[in-house]
Design a protein around this ligand. Structure first.
Ligand SMILES: C[S@@+](CC[C@H](N)C(=O)[O-])C[C@H]1O[C@@H](n2cnc3c(N)ncnc32)[C@H](O)[C@@H]1O
Length: 184
């Protein structure tokens, strides 16, 4: 089993659903939750938005619980994988959700970039250090009675930003491949 980056703390679903709606999750979307806990985010992505969804979770008990919950709801199009989030390739996902600390997200930067430039990364309550969010959303939860913040990173904008800042110091001779994968 992989190393646990953060303990299980569930996201309140009222604000998660609002955030996922705001960022444009829909029937054609594929969402991956990195550290999916009890499966609530992928299951809601499927039930509320019709998206296909995958939960990646290192704790096998939480994976079993998520699969049982999915099956009890008769849901198809939601998978739970017992794996270390650091070993995942996100190609094919266009939305990535993570409720992990900034330290854990720092470690996962190379993984997040594998989603490709068309993807949107949404982090709950913790920003990704050194990445400028495209949007910051904040909603009050009636479950927790507090505000929750969602940092939205459109990877296309993030990569374009990096390209611009590098261009201004090192053009010509810009190496796009090094820019795109500078977190590796
Ligand atoms: C704060 S909880 C978030 C759960 C869920 N995403 C939510 O928002 O309700 C973080 C989850 O990440 C899982 N986790 C921690 N380290 C991990 C790793 N290296 N790979 C996969 N999952 C991990 C924990 O077991 C825990 O369930």
């Amino acid at each position: 089993m992989g190393r646990r980056l953060n303990p299980f703390v569930p996201s309140p679903l009222d604000v998660v659903v609002r955030a996922l709606g705001e960022v444009g999750l829909g029937r054609e979307s594929v969402l991956v939750d990195l550290g999916s806990g009890d499966g609530r985010v992928p299951i809601s992505a499927r039930r509320v938005f019709g998206a296909r969804a995958v939960g990646v979770e290192v704790n096998p008990r939480l994976v079993s619980y998520s699969r049982r919950l999915r099956d009890s709801l008769g849901l198809k199009g939601v998978e739970f994988v017992c794996a270390d989030a650091r070993s995942v390739d996100l190609r094919g996902a266009n939305f990535v959700f993570a409720y992990l600390t900034s330290g854990a997200l720092e470690v996962l930067k190379p993984v997040l970039l594998t989603a490709g430039e068309g993807a949107t990364v949404v982090t709950h309550d913790y920003p990704i250090r050194g990445w400028r969010p495209s949007e910051v959303l904040s909603f009050r939860s009636s479950e927790t009675q507090r505000r929750h913040t969602f940092y939205v990173y459109r990877l296309r904008e993030l990569l374009a930003d990096r390209l611009r800042s590098r261009e201004s110091v090192s053009s010509p001779g810009l190496e796009v491949s090094k820019l795109v994968f500078s977190d590796r």
